[in-house]
Design a binder for this molecule. Structure first.
Ligand code: PEP
Ligand code: MG
Length: 894
């Protein structure tokens, strides 16, 4: 018989390797208990119990019994009883999923307070006011979280109460006034929920646990998960823990501390501290926290103990950790630890500092950073020192530079973003309800809160620029404006610039400059801890990688940039831009040509121009492969627009014979669905001399480079092949041209010929195609479009948001490869292609070639290279290395 399920674990029973079952918080509490850190005792209800509850709508029958047993043990351990009229035990009930979801789920504090036990708490602490304040907090939280009542109802009551008592702050209400407020809150609960606030503490506990289970499926939790790619079926654990109080006077307090600075990675301790405050006050940013040094000054012994525990945790976890702590009358308690979230900059710095400190090995350091983080660092920042004083200064909570128009609520942010605007979300402080706006914002700016406020934590996790606690700003969401201390008014729609690295806000759009990390990667010059860490990571990744990284580049300048950024060749040189601009008229001539002679003449005029283009690119990539794709887009893209021509034809220009000819050609070439029309190899076969001219230009450029002593490695690529015969015909023509050029020049030209695999039929018949191909390059853009049967531009402009929202896509399949659909075709085509042609090379040149998760897939699928835009090359190199070390993407949610 299998062992009966266990749904509840005491903190002393678990450990860090049980995060799936106990959630991150539960596993951390258990691990700390094991390390002997001062953790208030408690127990964890497993994610399995949550899943059972969500699946059936009720708790597993054993759960109630197990909770009761663990509660009894907790009562024995603390020597106190839940709900007792005399020194009662109070507990907190907190969510804690496998992956951190800050502020997305529910928490209920002070469970166990009742009409009886409130007096016991007052006696035990000697603080009447504190006891009644705790009770009213419980009623408020319970009413909102457990009973689903509108929090504004409670807020209105307390506001009215303060007016009646002629006080401004909650803190000024005395015990008697709070006692009367408690009466009003209880009446409110009775009227609104139809039942009394439960006076049985076990009942309170049961309902609170249920509410936390249910909060897994709240709207904001779902949105957060879909954005962070956290699976929807994990469920949350629930931690029940003896309450400790940070609001019992000046020798009490609460805070958050990191072992290193989560923004820069500099060695710590680092964090925020709020004296005489409770629980969520720091994280919610309602009161401005002090730097952790305030604790060192006020309670030096407690600070020393905290620093010691931080050291223990970092040595134990071998990574930067953060903790939430509470000081209750001079006694330190650690309430939570986890591997700390960090900025991209800090991730690199910390990983390589830990390597130098011999805490981690080189492979681990590389696995601790990722391409997503590196990509963030490649982006521009503001030019040095903007002229004039900033509008405001705040806490530099998440670095980077952003320019956009100001909006004052989440809904406007989303609306303006959808209309194409870049927005800066400005709030007094953010709550989880602001998440949709934060997701679309370029930057988040708040007037309250510190580095660990909700705004800061969430923005950092998303890589969004954030300045918080800019307390000289008066933010007025109702009037849709903010006012600075010098009286400058900024209204909704005005442009501001936010510097998340310096913590400043400026009026207008400041000019941006390139990132230092990008310069470091380009020049290889080590400057500072960050640049050094990035170069070390890239060096190690290059050594470890099996996948080669090439770039998509079609000009010598882009090719040179890509090479500086570490590309090992060009995986896709699109030739269409070589047919635009001034050359358009030559292309028009080719299209309008009435006979072979006229067409040949037009193509002959294009030949030397193309030869120069290719020569330049081959020079920039000397010694490395350059895959040149023959013309792909439909010809009408090179002709004037139909409407424009029709207008021209209807006016004076209509007399011009060329206008009429062009109009006829445009009409003839018009297609209902050009994406599936006359393009790619079809064009090559249908327009005599087109591909031959391009191949000649390539072969002659090779000859020229060889004569100049270069090492040209041109490869010819045929696009949009669906059938082996198409490639056979196109290849035969290309080989003939190459042979002609070799004969004419007396120089031997070696130019591999391959094909893109970007149609499902090509993938499915890869074994027939491979004998005619020296390589396959997966065009995953078109392959995704054709596998899904949707045009990217049309889909993104219409139903994409709906599909993301409804969970059809976790992420866009155009951003991250759809492994279940498109990926299967890629794997199959590689296997079949190699079986038919063992020398076949394989790569990918769609956008996915620069996406970290997709790169890991391509590594597993056994491809030889990925190719992406030059700026993404460093991140792709990093991911190629990480993929070879078995990276599984767990860092991506950090
Ligand atoms: C592709 O389809 O993936 C590709 C690289 O080609 P393009 O994006 O130019 O159609
Ligand atoms: Mg394509």
């Amino acid at each position: 018989m299998s062992k009966p399920k266990k749904y509840v674990y005491a903190f002393t029973d678990g450990g860090r390797d049980m995060a799936e079952l106990l959630g991150g918080k539960g596993a951390g509490l258990a691990e700390m208990s094991g390390l002997g850190l001062p953790v208030p005792p408690g127990f964890t209800v497993t994610t399995e119990a949550c899943r059972a509850y969500l699946a059936t709508g009720s708790e597993p029958p054993e759960l109630g019994i197990e909770v009761a047993q663990h509660l009894a043990a907790l009562e024995r351990a603390t020597g106190r009883t839940l709900g007792s009229a005399d020194e009662p035990l109070l507990v907190s009930v907190r969510s804690g999923a496998r992956f951190s979801m800050p502020g997305m789920m529910e928490t209920v504090l002070d469970i166990g307070l009742t009409d009886d036990s409130v007096a016991g708490l007052a006696r035990a602490t000697g603080q009447d006011r504190f006891a009644w304040d705790s009770y009213r907090r419980l009623l408020q939280m319970f009413g909102h979280t457990v009973l689903g009542l509108d929090p504004a109802l409670f807020e209105n009551l307390i506001t009215r109460h303060k007016e009646e008592c002629a006080v401004k702050d909650d803190g000024e209400l005395d015990a008697e006034q709070l006692r009367s407020l408690v009466g009003e809150y209880k009446a409110l609960i009775r009227e609104e929920s139809g039942a009394e606030f439960p006076q049985d503490p076990a009942e309170q506990l049961q309902q609170a646990i249920r509410a936390v289970f249910a909060s897994w499926n709240s709207e904001r939790a779902r949105l957060y998960r879909s954005r962070e790619r956290i699976p929807d079926d994990l469920g949350t654990a629930v931690n029940v823990q003896a309450m400790v109080f940070g609001n019992l006077g000046p020798d009490s307090g609460t805070g958050v501390a990191f072992t290193r600075d989560p923004a820069t990675g500099a060695p710590g301790p680092y964090g925020d501290y709020l004296p005489d405050a409770q629980g969520e006050d720091v994280v919610s940013g309602v009161r401005d926290a002090l730097p952790i040094d305030a604790l060192r000054r006020e309670l030096p012994a407690v600070y020393a103990e905290l620093a010691r525990h931080l050291g223990t945790l970092e040595r134990h976890y071998r990574d930067m950790c953060d903790v939430e702590f509470t000081v209750e009358r001079g006694t330190l308690w650690i309430l939570q630890t986890r591997i700390g979230k960090r900025t991209a900059e800090a991730a690199f710095r910390i990983a390589y500092d830990l390597l130098d400190e011999r805490r981690v090995r080189e492979d681990t350091a590389l696995l601790r950073v990722d391409g997503t983080a590196l990509n963030r660092l490649m982006f521009p920042r503001f030019a040095q020192r903007p002229a004039g004083a900033p509008l405001a200064r705040g806490v530099p909570a998440s670095p980077g530079a952003a320019v956009g128009e100001v909006v004052f609520d989440s809904r406007s942010a989303v609306r303006r973003h959808e209309a194409g605007a870049r927005v800066i979300l400005v709030r007094r402080e953010t709550t989880p309800d602001d998440l949709p706006g934060m997701v679309v914002a370029e930057a988040v700016l708040t007037s309250r809160g510190g580095k660990t406020s909700h705004a800061a934590v969430v923005a950092r996790g998303m890589g969004t620029v954030c300045v918080c606690g800019a307390d000289t700003l008066t933010v007025d969401p109702a009037a849709r404006r903010l006012t600075t201390d010098s009286g400058i008014v900024v209204c909704e729609g005005d442009t501001v610039s936010v510097d998340g690295t310096a913590g400043t806000v400026h009026l207008g759009a400041l000019p941006l400059v390139d990132s230092e990390v990008r310069r470091t990667v380009e020049t290889g010059e080590r400057e500072g801890a960050l640049g050094d860490a990035v170069l070390r990571a890239l060096g190690h990744a290059d050594k470890a990688a099996r996948l080669e990284v090439r770039a998509n580049a079609d000009t010598p300048a882009d090719a040179a940039l890509a090479r500086r950024l570490g590309a090992r060749g060009i995986g896709l040189c699109r030739t269409e831009h070589m047919f635009l601009g001034e050359r358009r008229v030559l292309v028009e001539d080719m299209i309008l040509a009435g006979d072979d002679d006229a067409r040949s003449a037009a193509l002959r005029a294009l030949l030397p121009l193309q030869r120069d283009d290719f020569t330049g690119i081959l020079r920039a990539m000397d010694g490395l492969p350059v895959t040149i794709r023959l013309l792909d887009p439909p010809l009408h893209e090179f002709l004037p627009d139909l409407t424009e021509l029709s207008v021209r034809a209807a006016t004076d220009d209509g007399a011009d014979p060329r206008t009429r000819e062009l109009l006829t050609a445009v009409r003839a070439l018009h297609e209902q669905n050009p994406m599936l029309g006359l393009r790619g190899v079809r064009l090559g076969l249908a327009v005599p001399g087109l591909f031959a001219t391009q191949v000649r230009a390539i072969a002659e450029a090779v000859v020229r480079r060889l004569r100049d002593g270069g090492d040209p490695r041109a490869e010819i690529m045929i696009p949009l092949v669906a059938d082996a015969t198409e490639l056979r015909l196109a290849r035969a023509e290309a080989e003939q041209v190459i042979a002609d050029v070799a004969r004419e020049s007396g120089v031997s030209v070696d130019c591999p010929i391959g094909t893109m695999i970007e149609l499902p039929r090509a993938a499915l018949t890869a074994d027939r195609i491979a004998p005619y191909a020296d390589y396959f390059s997966f065009g995953t853009n078109d392959l995704t479009q054709t596998v899904w049967g949707m045009s990217r531009d049309d889909a993104e402009a219409s139903f994409f948001p709906l599909y993301l929202d409804r969970g059809v896509f976790a992420t866009s399949p155009f951003e991250s490869l759809d492994e279940e659909g498109v990926g299967v075709l890629v794997e199959r085509a590689v296997t079949m292609g190699r079986a038919a042609n063992p020398r076949l090379q394989t790569g990918v040149c769609g956008e996915h070639g620069g996406d970290p998760a997709s790169i890991r897939f391509f590594h597993r699928a056994g491809l030889d290279y990925v190719s992406c835009s030059p700026f993404r090359v460093p991140a792709a190199r990093l991911e190629a290395g990480r993929a070879a070390l078995g990276a599984d993407g767990t860092n991506d949610t950090r």
